[in-house]
Design a protein around this ligand. Structure first.
Ligand code: GLC
Length: 456
């Protein structure tokens, strides 16, 4: 059973391969998405390391001159997708969207280096300046006042498109007089009940219009755009990735890079404090225009462990909340707090479980020694796939698969988790997640790599 699922997961990655990049799923998302690709690389790495690297290299081929790695690279046009390159109007070559997505790549690259050999090191070395430029872009353009807290200019930049975190800020966005003068394509291929509603979609496009009209000048979009929030997902993913980039800089003996990254790391923990909510009992999103904090926890709140954020008390409180939340569902970890009124078990980021979030949550928990909860999250991730197949996301109460089928990142995470299934998985994670262990990484993880490690 497990071996058959693994084989199916590999077949999905191969089928979604468009030659150097992977589409998230055939019809719904026909291009290369940023953090999807980082996870795709993680999955490919379990059986085809060259292909894993090509995924990342192709993603970075879409990098802008200012360092940004866009959230979508439109390698080839597809009239079935909206909003396409003409709506974004970025003038990029290859055509891309106009903002970014959670920077997972450096974390995956570090993993490839520490589980690989000389070819992995050489390819990581080549990619390093590009990753550094991307992180620098986040710190410069999304945190222009150097507070240590980065913003996002569009809910799509968070990767958690319609999470209730964005509701209040989105409600303030004025929409043009002719909303709906476009035709969405996502609801042609997925159940409308599980997708963002119409007014939300109009507002998404209003932010895109602002970016297009100012020529995607990111200083301007951050300072004056219709939307600026800090997202615990992006903040914690960046914090984790900064540390992973630092480990790479140390390995490559790149002192100037080390100094820059050390500056970012010194600031970001402090910056994250602005996301703490006593009311919610965890780190939540913050509207950077109004200072308002989100009313409840999301799965991104649980990434505090992964990002290494918070005091011991804050993490203990987060853990208490996490225990209550997982008690309220059958499958961890719901994207929105099921105790809160905005929870919807089937609608996208308003309740459903996403494998990639679980992968990061479990890693963070394990790194902090919370093995039971980490195991529960990993087990549930594998169980939902076993029950329903490789769907885009899952109902946390029933495990039903929702959204697109045969989804790349669900397959990729499955491969990585199923490779790590076994008594020593947690120890491995703990030893590779601490920045202090960077120097020993190469030797310690090599034994955990590849198909040999997989259990039947
Ligand atoms: C949706 C998700 C986003 C993902 C994309 C492609 O927009 O919210 O996180 O990157 O689909 O899978």
């Amino acid at each position: 059973m497990a071996a058959a699922l693994d084989e199916r997961a590999r077949a999905i990655l191969r089928a979604n391969d468009r030659g150097g990049y992977t589409v998230p799923t055939g019809r719904l998302y026909p291009f290369q998405w940023n953090w999807d690709s980082a996870f795709a690389a993680l999955g490919f790495a379990t059986f085809d390391r060259d292909r894993a690297w090509r995924e990342l290299e192709t993603l970075f081929a879409g990098q802008w001159d200012d360092g940004m790695v866009p959230h979508i690279v439109f390698h080839q046009l597809d009239p079935d997708y909206f909003p396409g390159p003409d709506v974004w109007g970025t003038d990029a070559d290859p055509p891309t969207s106009g903002h970014s997505q959670p920077p997972v790549a450096a974390t995956v690259v570090r993993r490839l280096v520490e589980t690989g050999g000389s070819d992995d090191i050489a390819r990581a070395n080549r990619l390093f300046p590009r990753m550094l430029a991307w992180h620098a872009w986040w710190h410069r353009y999304r945190d222009p006042d150097e507070t240590g807290l980065v913003g996002i200019i569009h809910p799509w930049e968070s990767g958690r498109d319609n999470c209730p975190d964005w509701d209040a800020a989105m409600a303030r966005i004025a929409v043009p007089d002719t909303p709906g003068a476009y035709r969405r394509r996502d609801t042609d291929v997925a159940d409308a009940e599980t997708r963002p509603d119409a007014i939300t979609y109009d507002r998404y496009l209003a932010i895109v219009a602002f970016g297009r009209q100012c020529g995607w000048d990111h200083e301007k979009v951050t300072r004056d755009g219709p939307f600026l929030m800090a997202d615990p997902c992006v903040q914690f993913v960046l914090m984790r990735a900064d540390r992973d980039l630092m480990a790479l800089a140390e390995r490559f003996g790149d002192d100037p890079a080390r100094r820059r990254i050390a500056d970012w790391i010194a600031r970001d923990g402090e910056g994250a404090q602005a996301l703490w909510s006593d009311t919610a009992g965890g780190f939540v999103a913050r509207d950077l225009r109004t200072g308002t904090l989100s009313p409840a926890l999301s799965s991104a709140s649980m990434l505090a462990f992964y990002g290494g954020a918070g005091t011991a008390e804050q993490r203990a409180e987060t853990l208490r909340q996490a225990a209550e939340i997982v008690e309220a569902v059958r499958y961890a970890f719901p994207s929105w707090d099921p105790r809160h009124e905005a929870f919807e078990q089937r609608r996208y980021w308003r309740g459903p479980v996403w494998s990639v979030m679980n992968w990061m949550i479990a890693r963070g928990l394990a790194a902090h020694g919370h093995d039971d909860l980490a195991r529960r999250v990993r087990r549930d991730t594998l169980a939902m796939v076993g029950q329903s197949g490789f769907f885009e996301y899952f109902d946390p109460l029933t495990g039903e698969g929702l959204g697109g089928p045969d989804f790349t990142w669900t397959a990729a995470v499955h491969l990585d988790l199923s490779r790590e299934r076994g008594p020593t998985a947690t120890d491995r994670e703990r030893s590779t997640d601490g920045i202090d262990h960077a120097a020993q990484g190469g030797k310690m993880v090599r034994r955990a790599t590849g198909d040999q490690g997989r259990r039947p």
